[in-house]
Design a protein around this ligand. Structure first.
Ligand SMILES: C[S@@+](CC[C@H](N)C(=O)[O-])C[C@H]1O[C@@H](n2cnc3c(N)ncnc32)[C@H](O)[C@@H]1O
Length: 438
Protein backbone atom coordinates (compact mmCIF):
# COMPACT_ATOMS: atom_id res chain seq x y z
CA UNK A 1 0.00 0.00 0.00
CA UNK A 2 1.45 3.39 -0.92
CA UNK A 3 1.87 6.32 1.48
CA UNK A 4 -1.20 8.16 0.19
CA UNK A 5 -3.47 5.18 0.72
CA UNK A 6 -2.02 4.76 4.21
CA UNK A 7 -2.83 8.40 4.92
CA UNK A 8 -6.43 7.76 3.91
CA UNK A 9 -6.57 4.78 6.28
CA UNK A 10 -4.99 6.78 9.10
CA UNK A 11 -7.52 9.58 8.58
CA UNK A 12 -10.38 7.07 8.72
CA UNK A 13 -8.93 5.57 11.94
CA UNK A 14 -8.98 9.00 13.56
CA UNK A 15 -12.51 9.73 12.39
CA UNK A 16 -13.81 6.34 13.55
CA UNK A 17 -12.25 6.82 16.98
CA UNK A 18 -13.90 10.23 17.28
CA UNK A 19 -17.27 8.70 16.43
CA UNK A 20 -16.77 5.83 18.90
CA UNK A 21 -15.81 8.24 21.65
CA UNK A 22 -19.12 10.08 21.29
CA UNK A 23 -21.33 7.61 19.48
CA UNK A 24 -24.65 9.10 20.61
CA UNK A 25 -23.83 12.43 19.01
CA UNK A 26 -21.65 11.46 16.03
CA UNK A 27 -22.59 7.87 15.21
CA UNK A 28 -24.90 6.65 12.46
CA UNK A 29 -27.42 4.60 14.51
CA UNK A 30 -28.55 2.62 11.45
CA UNK A 31 -24.99 1.48 10.90
CA UNK A 32 -24.46 0.58 14.56
CA UNK A 33 -21.45 0.84 16.85
CA UNK A 34 -20.15 -2.65 16.07
CA UNK A 35 -19.79 -1.85 12.40
CA UNK A 36 -17.55 1.12 13.30
CA UNK A 37 -15.47 -1.15 15.54
CA UNK A 38 -15.14 -3.72 12.74
CA UNK A 39 -13.99 -0.99 10.35
CA UNK A 40 -11.51 0.29 12.92
CA UNK A 41 -9.99 -3.16 13.43
CA UNK A 42 -9.64 -3.66 9.66
CA UNK A 43 -8.04 -0.24 9.20
CA UNK A 44 -5.66 -0.63 12.15
CA UNK A 45 -4.55 -4.04 10.86
CA UNK A 46 -3.68 -2.41 7.51
CA UNK A 47 -2.07 0.65 9.05
CA UNK A 48 0.11 -1.16 11.60
CA UNK A 49 0.74 -4.23 9.39
CA UNK A 50 -0.93 -6.94 11.54
CA UNK A 51 -3.07 -9.88 10.57
CA UNK A 52 -6.69 -8.95 11.31
CA UNK A 53 -6.86 -11.99 13.60
CA UNK A 54 -4.04 -10.78 15.89
CA UNK A 55 -5.06 -7.16 15.77
CA UNK A 56 -8.55 -8.03 16.98
CA UNK A 57 -7.17 -10.25 19.75
CA UNK A 58 -4.97 -7.43 21.05
CA UNK A 59 -7.54 -4.68 20.46
CA UNK A 60 -9.97 -6.23 22.92
CA UNK A 61 -7.41 -6.18 25.74
CA UNK A 62 -8.61 -2.68 26.37
CA UNK A 63 -11.92 -2.08 28.08
CA UNK A 64 -14.88 -0.95 25.99
CA UNK A 65 -14.81 2.62 27.27
CA UNK A 66 -11.13 3.11 26.52
CA UNK A 67 -10.73 0.53 23.78
CA UNK A 68 -10.16 2.77 20.81
CA UNK A 69 -7.60 5.26 22.00
CA UNK A 70 -5.83 2.90 24.43
CA UNK A 71 -5.49 0.32 21.69
CA UNK A 72 -3.97 2.96 19.40
CA UNK A 73 -1.46 3.88 22.12
CA UNK A 74 -0.56 0.20 22.49
CA UNK A 75 -0.10 -0.38 18.75
CA UNK A 76 1.86 2.88 18.40
CA UNK A 77 4.21 1.84 21.22
CA UNK A 78 4.96 -1.41 19.38
CA UNK A 79 6.43 0.72 16.59
CA UNK A 80 9.03 2.25 18.94
CA UNK A 81 12.10 0.48 20.38
CA UNK A 82 12.27 0.21 24.15
CA UNK A 83 15.28 1.75 25.93
CA UNK A 84 18.35 -0.51 26.26
CA UNK A 85 18.58 -1.78 29.82
CA UNK A 86 21.24 -3.77 31.65
CA UNK A 87 21.26 -5.66 34.94
CA UNK A 88 24.28 -5.31 37.21
CA UNK A 89 25.71 -8.71 38.10
CA UNK A 90 26.14 -8.31 41.85
CA UNK A 91 28.24 -11.50 41.91
CA UNK A 92 30.98 -9.46 40.21
CA UNK A 93 30.42 -5.77 40.94
CA UNK A 94 28.20 -3.04 42.41
CA UNK A 95 25.84 -0.92 40.30
CA UNK A 96 27.60 2.31 41.32
CA UNK A 97 31.02 0.98 40.19
CA UNK A 98 29.61 -0.43 36.95
CA UNK A 99 27.85 2.85 36.15
CA UNK A 100 31.08 4.78 36.79
CA UNK A 101 33.19 2.61 34.49
CA UNK A 102 30.61 2.74 31.69
CA UNK A 103 30.25 6.53 32.06
CA UNK A 104 34.06 6.78 31.80
CA UNK A 105 33.76 4.99 28.43
CA UNK A 106 31.33 7.59 27.10
CA UNK A 107 28.02 6.00 28.02
CA UNK A 108 24.99 7.97 29.20
CA UNK A 109 22.91 6.04 31.67
CA UNK A 110 20.72 6.24 34.73
CA UNK A 111 18.96 3.84 37.14
CA UNK A 112 15.90 2.23 35.52
CA UNK A 113 13.63 3.24 38.36
CA UNK A 114 13.11 3.07 42.10
CA UNK A 115 11.78 -0.48 41.86
CA UNK A 116 15.18 -2.03 41.03
CA UNK A 117 18.57 -1.60 42.68
CA UNK A 118 20.45 -3.40 39.91
CA UNK A 119 19.03 -2.04 36.64
CA UNK A 120 20.44 0.73 34.46
CA UNK A 121 18.95 2.36 31.35
CA UNK A 122 21.55 3.11 28.68
CA UNK A 123 20.56 6.13 26.59
CA UNK A 124 23.63 6.58 24.52
CA UNK A 125 26.97 4.88 24.17
CA UNK A 126 30.07 5.47 22.08
CA UNK A 127 31.02 1.79 22.60
CA UNK A 128 28.96 -1.29 21.70
CA UNK A 129 27.26 -2.14 24.98
CA UNK A 130 27.36 -5.89 24.21
CA UNK A 131 31.15 -5.95 23.80
CA UNK A 132 32.73 -3.75 26.48
CA UNK A 133 35.45 -5.23 28.74
CA UNK A 134 32.90 -5.01 31.60
CA UNK A 135 30.41 -7.03 29.58
CA UNK A 136 32.99 -9.67 28.72
CA UNK A 137 34.06 -9.82 32.38
CA UNK A 138 30.46 -10.55 33.35
CA UNK A 139 29.75 -7.32 35.21
CA UNK A 140 26.33 -7.04 33.59
CA UNK A 141 23.66 -8.76 31.54
CA UNK A 142 21.86 -7.06 28.67
CA UNK A 143 18.32 -7.66 29.83
CA UNK A 144 14.95 -6.04 29.29
CA UNK A 145 13.54 -4.30 32.37
CA UNK A 146 10.37 -6.38 32.38
CA UNK A 147 12.35 -9.60 32.57
CA UNK A 148 13.61 -8.62 36.04
CA UNK A 149 10.05 -8.86 37.33
CA UNK A 150 9.42 -12.63 37.45
CA UNK A 151 12.65 -13.15 39.39
CA UNK A 152 11.74 -10.40 41.85
CA UNK A 153 8.33 -12.04 42.25
CA UNK A 154 9.90 -15.48 42.78
CA UNK A 155 12.25 -13.97 45.41
CA UNK A 156 14.64 -16.95 45.61
CA UNK A 157 16.34 -17.29 49.01
CA UNK A 158 19.89 -18.32 49.84
CA UNK A 159 20.44 -22.09 50.10
CA UNK A 160 17.18 -23.01 48.38
CA UNK A 161 16.72 -25.57 45.60
CA UNK A 162 15.19 -23.85 42.58
CA UNK A 163 14.02 -24.99 39.15
CA UNK A 164 14.12 -22.59 36.20
CA UNK A 165 12.03 -24.73 33.87
CA UNK A 166 12.56 -22.80 30.61
CA UNK A 167 15.83 -21.04 31.27
CA UNK A 168 17.73 -20.24 28.05
CA UNK A 169 19.51 -17.89 27.46
CA UNK A 170 19.67 -17.44 31.22
CA UNK A 171 18.80 -13.82 32.00
CA UNK A 172 16.61 -14.94 34.86
CA UNK A 173 18.74 -17.89 36.02
CA UNK A 174 21.77 -15.65 36.45
CA UNK A 175 19.71 -13.02 38.29
CA UNK A 176 18.45 -15.72 40.65
CA UNK A 177 22.00 -16.93 41.26
CA UNK A 178 23.02 -13.36 42.16
CA UNK A 179 20.10 -12.96 44.60
CA UNK A 180 21.06 -16.31 46.16
CA UNK A 181 24.70 -15.15 46.38
CA UNK A 182 25.76 -18.32 44.54
CA UNK A 183 24.44 -20.54 47.36
CA UNK A 184 21.89 -23.35 47.18
CA UNK A 185 21.21 -25.05 43.87
CA UNK A 186 19.50 -23.93 40.67
CA UNK A 187 18.46 -26.39 37.98
CA UNK A 188 18.46 -24.37 34.76
CA UNK A 189 16.52 -26.42 32.25
CA UNK A 190 15.61 -25.80 28.62
CA UNK A 191 14.17 -28.11 25.98
CA UNK A 192 16.16 -26.50 23.18
CA UNK A 193 19.74 -27.83 22.87
CA UNK A 194 20.89 -24.93 20.67
CA UNK A 195 19.68 -22.35 23.19
CA UNK A 196 21.40 -24.26 26.01
CA UNK A 197 24.74 -23.08 24.53
CA UNK A 198 23.99 -19.43 25.26
CA UNK A 199 22.67 -20.39 28.70
CA UNK A 200 25.94 -22.14 29.56
CA UNK A 201 28.01 -19.28 28.18
CA UNK A 202 26.11 -16.66 30.23
CA UNK A 203 26.43 -18.77 33.37
CA UNK A 204 30.22 -18.92 32.89
CA UNK A 205 30.60 -15.27 31.93
CA UNK A 206 28.65 -14.06 34.97
CA UNK A 207 30.52 -16.31 37.43
CA UNK A 208 27.48 -18.37 38.43
CA UNK A 209 28.55 -21.41 40.43
CA UNK A 210 25.35 -22.78 41.98
CA UNK A 211 23.69 -23.94 38.76
CA UNK A 212 23.27 -27.26 36.99
CA UNK A 213 22.15 -27.02 33.35
CA UNK A 214 19.80 -29.68 32.01
CA UNK A 215 17.99 -30.37 28.77
CA UNK A 216 14.56 -31.90 29.35
CA UNK A 217 11.13 -31.15 28.09
CA UNK A 218 9.68 -29.25 31.07
CA UNK A 219 6.65 -31.54 30.96
CA UNK A 220 8.88 -34.39 32.16
CA UNK A 221 9.19 -32.75 35.58
CA UNK A 222 8.74 -33.77 38.38
CA UNK A 223 9.58 -37.26 37.09
CA UNK A 224 13.12 -36.04 36.40
CA UNK A 225 13.33 -34.35 39.79
CA UNK A 226 10.92 -32.73 42.21
CA UNK A 227 10.87 -31.31 45.72
CA UNK A 228 11.92 -27.79 44.72
CA UNK A 229 11.56 -24.83 47.08
CA UNK A 230 10.55 -22.61 44.16
CA UNK A 231 9.98 -23.00 40.42
CA UNK A 232 10.09 -20.34 37.75
CA UNK A 233 8.21 -21.07 34.55
CA UNK A 234 9.05 -18.28 32.12
CA UNK A 235 7.02 -20.00 29.48
CA UNK A 236 7.56 -20.26 25.72
CA UNK A 237 5.04 -17.79 24.26
CA UNK A 238 3.90 -15.93 21.16
CA UNK A 239 5.93 -12.81 22.01
CA UNK A 240 3.07 -10.31 21.64
CA UNK A 241 4.73 -8.25 24.38
CA UNK A 242 7.92 -7.82 22.38
CA UNK A 243 6.58 -6.90 18.94
CA UNK A 244 8.87 -3.86 18.80
CA UNK A 245 11.82 -6.31 18.91
CA UNK A 246 10.31 -8.90 16.58
CA UNK A 247 7.66 -7.43 14.27
CA UNK A 248 7.29 -10.75 12.41
CA UNK A 249 4.84 -11.71 15.20
CA UNK A 250 2.37 -9.25 13.63
CA UNK A 251 1.61 -11.58 10.77
CA UNK A 252 3.04 -15.00 11.51
CA UNK A 253 1.05 -16.02 14.60
CA UNK A 254 -2.09 -17.89 13.63
CA UNK A 255 -5.15 -19.09 15.48
CA UNK A 256 -3.58 -22.57 15.58
CA UNK A 257 -0.35 -21.23 17.11
CA UNK A 258 -2.28 -19.77 20.02
CA UNK A 259 -4.16 -23.04 20.56
CA UNK A 260 -0.91 -25.04 20.54
CA UNK A 261 0.98 -22.57 22.71
CA UNK A 262 -1.64 -22.30 25.40
CA UNK A 263 -1.94 -26.10 25.44
CA UNK A 264 1.82 -26.42 26.00
CA UNK A 265 1.75 -23.66 28.63
CA UNK A 266 -1.04 -25.46 30.49
CA UNK A 267 0.92 -28.71 30.52
CA UNK A 268 4.08 -26.92 31.66
CA UNK A 269 2.37 -25.00 34.47
CA UNK A 270 0.98 -28.22 35.97
CA UNK A 271 4.48 -29.75 35.86
CA UNK A 272 5.89 -26.63 37.50
CA UNK A 273 3.34 -26.85 40.31
CA UNK A 274 3.88 -30.59 40.79
CA UNK A 275 7.66 -30.04 41.05
CA UNK A 276 7.40 -27.83 44.14
CA UNK A 277 7.49 -29.12 47.69
CA UNK A 278 4.61 -27.53 49.59
CA UNK A 279 6.40 -28.45 52.80
CA UNK A 280 9.47 -26.34 51.95
CA UNK A 281 10.27 -24.40 55.11
CA UNK A 282 11.30 -21.30 53.16
CA UNK A 283 9.38 -21.47 49.89
CA UNK A 284 6.66 -23.48 48.18
CA UNK A 285 6.21 -20.89 45.41
CA UNK A 286 5.74 -21.02 41.65
CA UNK A 287 6.02 -18.03 39.33
CA UNK A 288 4.46 -18.22 35.87
CA UNK A 289 5.41 -15.48 33.42
CA UNK A 290 5.34 -14.74 29.70
CA UNK A 291 6.47 -11.93 27.42
CA UNK A 292 3.04 -11.98 25.84
CA UNK A 293 -0.04 -9.93 26.62
CA UNK A 294 -2.75 -12.25 25.26
CA UNK A 295 -5.29 -13.64 27.69
CA UNK A 296 -5.04 -17.16 26.16
CA UNK A 297 -1.43 -17.40 27.30
CA UNK A 298 -1.83 -15.73 30.67
CA UNK A 299 -5.07 -15.53 32.69
CA UNK A 300 -6.51 -18.53 30.84
CA UNK A 301 -3.47 -20.67 31.70
CA UNK A 302 -3.39 -19.52 35.34
CA UNK A 303 -7.14 -20.09 35.73
CA UNK A 304 -6.73 -23.58 34.28
CA UNK A 305 -3.96 -24.32 36.80
CA UNK A 306 -6.19 -23.15 39.69
CA UNK A 307 -8.90 -25.54 38.55
CA UNK A 308 -6.63 -28.51 37.97
CA UNK A 309 -4.52 -28.01 41.06
CA UNK A 310 -6.69 -27.02 44.03
CA UNK A 311 -3.56 -27.35 46.20
CA UNK A 312 -2.28 -23.95 45.00
CA UNK A 313 -3.59 -20.43 45.33
CA UNK A 314 -2.54 -17.15 43.78
CA UNK A 315 -0.67 -14.76 46.06
CA UNK A 316 0.61 -11.18 45.72
CA UNK A 317 3.55 -10.95 43.34
CA UNK A 318 5.25 -8.44 45.64
CA UNK A 319 5.70 -6.13 42.64
CA UNK A 320 4.50 -2.67 43.50
CA UNK A 321 3.48 -1.62 40.00
CA UNK A 322 1.73 -3.19 37.02
CA UNK A 323 -1.93 -3.51 36.08
CA UNK A 324 -4.19 -6.13 37.63
CA UNK A 325 -4.79 -9.29 35.60
CA UNK A 326 -8.23 -9.77 34.07
CA UNK A 327 -10.99 -11.50 36.01
CA UNK A 328 -13.13 -11.48 32.86
CA UNK A 329 -12.44 -11.14 29.17
CA UNK A 330 -14.81 -11.41 26.19
CA UNK A 331 -17.38 -13.61 27.91
CA UNK A 332 -14.87 -15.66 29.91
CA UNK A 333 -14.93 -15.39 33.67
CA UNK A 334 -11.84 -16.17 35.70
CA UNK A 335 -11.31 -16.73 39.39
CA UNK A 336 -11.45 -13.40 41.30
CA UNK A 337 -7.92 -13.95 42.62
CA UNK A 338 -6.64 -13.42 39.05
CA UNK A 339 -6.53 -9.76 39.99
CA UNK A 340 -3.40 -10.61 42.00
CA UNK A 341 -1.54 -11.26 38.74
CA UNK A 342 0.23 -8.39 37.02
CA UNK A 343 0.21 -7.12 33.42
CA UNK A 344 2.84 -4.82 31.93
CA UNK A 345 2.35 -2.86 28.71
CA UNK A 346 4.85 -0.96 26.57
CA UNK A 347 2.57 2.12 26.29
CA UNK A 348 1.96 2.25 30.05
CA UNK A 349 5.24 1.13 31.61
CA UNK A 350 7.69 1.84 28.76
CA UNK A 351 8.91 -1.74 28.96
CA UNK A 352 8.19 -4.92 27.02
CA UNK A 353 4.71 -6.33 27.46
CA UNK A 354 4.82 -8.95 30.21
CA UNK A 355 2.68 -11.01 32.55
CA UNK A 356 3.64 -12.23 36.05
CA UNK A 357 1.73 -14.48 38.42
CA UNK A 358 2.76 -16.12 41.69
CA UNK A 359 1.28 -19.23 43.30
CA UNK A 360 1.76 -20.67 46.76
CA UNK A 361 1.48 -24.44 47.01
CA UNK A 362 -0.04 -25.32 50.35
CA UNK A 363 -0.33 -29.08 50.12
CA UNK A 364 1.41 -31.87 48.24
CA UNK A 365 -1.94 -33.65 47.86
CA UNK A 366 -5.15 -32.54 46.29
CA UNK A 367 -8.58 -33.65 45.29
CA UNK A 368 -8.94 -33.49 41.55
CA UNK A 369 -11.90 -31.55 40.25
CA UNK A 370 -13.72 -32.09 36.97
CA UNK A 371 -15.75 -28.90 37.26
CA UNK A 372 -13.85 -27.32 34.41
CA UNK A 373 -16.49 -24.76 33.63
CA UNK A 374 -17.29 -23.84 37.21
CA UNK A 375 -15.37 -21.03 38.84
CA UNK A 376 -13.66 -22.17 42.01
CA UNK A 377 -14.76 -19.92 44.83
CA UNK A 378 -12.62 -18.67 47.68
CA UNK A 379 -13.64 -21.53 49.96
CA UNK A 380 -11.82 -23.92 47.66
CA UNK A 381 -8.64 -22.14 48.59
CA UNK A 382 -8.82 -23.59 52.10
CA UNK A 383 -6.40 -26.46 52.50
CA UNK A 384 -8.87 -29.14 51.42
CA UNK A 385 -6.13 -31.63 50.62
CA UNK A 386 -6.83 -35.30 50.95
CA UNK A 387 -4.36 -38.11 51.37
CA UNK A 388 -6.36 -40.14 48.85
CA UNK A 389 -6.37 -38.65 45.38
CA UNK A 390 -9.84 -39.11 43.92
CA UNK A 391 -9.76 -39.41 40.14
CA UNK A 392 -12.76 -38.31 38.12
CA UNK A 393 -13.19 -39.45 34.58
CA UNK A 394 -15.04 -36.85 32.51
CA UNK A 395 -16.37 -39.39 29.96
CA UNK A 396 -17.61 -41.78 32.60
CA UNK A 397 -19.24 -38.94 34.51
CA UNK A 398 -21.07 -37.86 31.36
CA UNK A 399 -23.31 -41.01 31.54
CA UNK A 400 -24.46 -40.09 35.03
CA UNK A 401 -24.95 -36.44 34.15
CA UNK A 402 -27.13 -37.48 31.14
CA UNK A 403 -29.11 -39.91 33.30
CA UNK A 404 -29.75 -37.28 35.91
CA UNK A 405 -30.80 -34.79 33.20
CA UNK A 406 -33.23 -37.34 31.79
CA UNK A 407 -34.74 -37.98 35.20
CA UNK A 408 -35.14 -34.30 35.76
CA UNK A 409 -36.79 -33.83 32.33
CA UNK A 410 -39.15 -36.78 32.93
CA UNK A 411 -40.21 -35.19 36.20
CA UNK A 412 -41.03 -32.06 34.20
CA UNK A 413 -43.12 -34.08 31.74
CA UNK A 414 -40.71 -34.26 28.75
CA UNK A 415 -40.59 -37.45 26.65
CA UNK A 416 -37.05 -38.83 26.42
CA UNK A 417 -35.69 -40.07 23.07
CA UNK A 418 -32.69 -42.33 23.57
CA UNK A 419 -29.31 -41.66 21.86
CA UNK A 420 -30.37 -38.55 20.09
CA UNK A 421 -27.47 -36.21 20.68
CA UNK A 422 -29.18 -33.15 19.16
CA UNK A 423 -32.17 -33.57 21.38
CA UNK A 424 -29.88 -34.13 24.39
CA UNK A 425 -28.16 -30.86 23.57
CA UNK A 426 -31.43 -28.97 23.28
CA UNK A 427 -32.62 -30.56 26.54
CA UNK A 428 -29.54 -29.29 28.29
CA UNK A 429 -30.10 -25.86 26.83
CA UNK A 430 -33.76 -25.87 27.90
CA UNK A 431 -32.77 -26.96 31.37
CA UNK A 432 -30.07 -24.32 31.54
CA UNK A 433 -32.59 -21.70 30.48
CA UNK A 434 -35.02 -22.98 33.11
CA UNK A 435 -37.72 -23.84 30.50
CA UNK A 436 -40.45 -26.08 31.87
CA UNK A 437 -43.80 -27.50 30.68
CA UNK A 438 -45.58 -26.42 33.78
C1 LIG B 1 10.77 -17.07 27.11
S1 LIG B 1 12.05 -18.16 26.76
C2 LIG B 1 12.91 -18.26 28.26
C3 LIG B 1 13.78 -17.07 28.57
C4 LIG B 1 14.63 -17.30 29.82
N1 LIG B 1 13.81 -17.59 30.96
C5 LIG B 1 15.50 -16.11 30.14
O1 LIG B 1 15.19 -15.34 31.01
O2 LIG B 1 16.54 -15.97 29.48
C6 LIG B 1 11.21 -19.69 26.69
C7 LIG B 1 12.11 -20.88 26.61
O3 LIG B 1 11.31 -22.05 26.68
C8 LIG B 1 12.00 -23.09 26.02
N2 LIG B 1 11.04 -24.19 25.82
C9 LIG B 1 10.12 -24.35 24.84
N3 LIG B 1 9.41 -25.47 25.04
C10 LIG B 1 9.86 -26.02 26.19
C11 LIG B 1 9.52 -27.18 26.93
N4 LIG B 1 8.56 -28.00 26.53
N5 LIG B 1 10.22 -27.44 28.06
C12 LIG B 1 11.20 -26.61 28.48
N6 LIG B 1 11.57 -25.51 27.81
C13 LIG B 1 10.91 -25.21 26.69
C14 LIG B 1 12.51 -22.41 24.77
O4 LIG B 1 13.59 -23.12 24.22
C15 LIG B 1 12.90 -21.03 25.31
O5 LIG B 1 14.27 -20.98 25.59
Amino acid sequence: MDTQDLQVVQQRIQETIEVLNDFNKLGDKERGRSSYVEQLIKDMAIYYGYSEFLLEKLFYLFSVSEVAYKAVEFFESNEISRPITIRTNTLRTRRRDLAQSLINKGTTLEPIGKWTKVGLTVFDSSVPIGATPEYLAGHYMLQSASSFLPVMALAPQENEKILDMAAAPGGKTTYMAALMKNTGLIFANDANKERIKSLVSNIHRLGVKNTVVCNYDGREFPTVMGGFDRVLLDAPCSGTGVISKDPSVKINKTYKDFILLSHLQKELILSAIDSVDAKSSTGGYIVYSTCSVTVDENEDVVNYALKKRPNVKLVQTGLDFGQEGFTKYRGKIFHPSLKLTRRYYPHVHNMDGFFVSKFKKFSNHYTRTNKDDIIVDNDNFEDNSSQNDIHFNDEEDQKYIEASLNKSLKRKGFKIQKDNSKSQESKKQRLKAGVSNN
